[in-house]
Write a protein that binds this ligand. Sequence first.
Ligand code: NDP
Length: 333
Amino acid sequence: TRQIQLAARPHGEPTQDDFRLVHVELDDPGPGQVLVRNLVMSVDPYMRGRMNDVPSYAPPWRLDEPAQGGAVGEVIASADPAVAAGTLVVHNAGWREHALLGAGEFRPVAPLPGLPSSLYLGALGMTGLTAYVGLFRIAAFSPKDTVFVSGAAGAVGSMAGQLAKLQGSPRVIGSAGSPEKVRHLLDDLGFDAAFDYHDGPVSAQLAEAAPEGIDVYFDNVGGEHLEAAIGAMNVFGRAAICGSISGYNATERPAGPRNMSLLTGRRLTLRGFLVYDNADLQDEFDAMVRPALYDGLVARETVVQGLDDAVSAFIGMLRGANTGKMIVRLAPD
Ligand code: NDP
C-alpha cells in the first residue's frame, strides 16, 4: 500500500519536494486492531502548521513518517470483535491508502444515504463543527446579528455563513478570493452581500457591504481582514477568531490590527477557539446539520482524485484552488 511522508520542513509556501510517496507493507491486524481502506482524506490549513517543528496545539508531523489527518475509511479486516468488516469509520490516519488502527483510534459512523462519505470530513465533520462552535458558542450569535465571514467560500466559512442565515440573520456578508467564489456566495449559499478581497481595501468593501456595521465577525483569515472587521463592528460586537490563513506561509510576523483601541469604547470581544475543546456540541451540531443537508444546505466540495495528487490538493487549497471543502478521494464509496 502507499502513503505520503513528510520529507522536509518548508520555509514559506510548501512544495512537492517537502513530501514523498512511498510503498509500505502493512501487517494483518493484531488483536483489537482493524485494517481500514481509506475512501477519502482531508487536506486542511492547520496541516501547514504541523509541517513546522515548533510546539503547537497539534504536534509537528515527524520527518520520514506518514503525514496525519482526517480520513473516512471502510474496515476491510477486523480483529476487534466489536467492529465488523464493512463498518465506515472516521479517523486521523489520512495521507495513506490503508491504515492499521487500534481501539480508540477510530469512530464508527453511519453511511449517509444518497450523500458522499466525505461529508464526515466537511459539513458533518471537523470543519462543519468548527463553523457551528465559532458562530454559536464563541461569537454567541443571535438572530438579529449582521454577520461577516472571511474565507467565506471555503469549508468552514461556507458553513458559518449558511448557518447564520438558517438561524435568522438579516444580513450575512462574505469575502473570498475570486469572482466565481463571490457569485457562489450570492447565488448558491444565500449570502446577502459578498466581495473579492483582491478588488480593493477590505475596509472600504466591507463598509459598502455593511452600511449599518456588523455584530459578528467569523475570522478565517486574520491580517487586513481582522483590522477591517474591528473597524466595522457595532457596540458589543463579537469576533470568533477561528484562523488566520493569510499568515500561515508568512516568514515574518504580520503587522497586527492597528485599531485595537476600538475594543474599549465599543465593548468588543475577540475570542480564539479550537474545535477540539468543543466536542460536547457534536450532538446538537449533528441534529442541526444532518437534516439540513437533505433540505437545501449546500455542502460544496472540490474533489481531487488519488493519493498521487494529494500534495497538489493541499498546496492548491492553501492558494484558494478549492470552493467548499477540499477532499482527496482515494477509493469510491
Ligand atoms: P478553506 O476551505 O477555507 O481553504 C482555505 C482557503 O483560504 C482557500 O480556499 C483560500 O480561499 C483562502 N486563502 C488562502 N490564502 C488567503 C489569503 N492570503 N487571504 C485570504 N484568504 C486566503 O479552509 P478551512 O475552511 O478548512 O479553514 C478555514 C480557516 O479555519 C483556516 O484559517 C483554518 O486554519 C481555520 N480552522 C480553524 C479551526 C479551529 O479549531 N479553530 C478548525 C478548522 C479550521 P480564497 O480563494 O478565498 O482566498
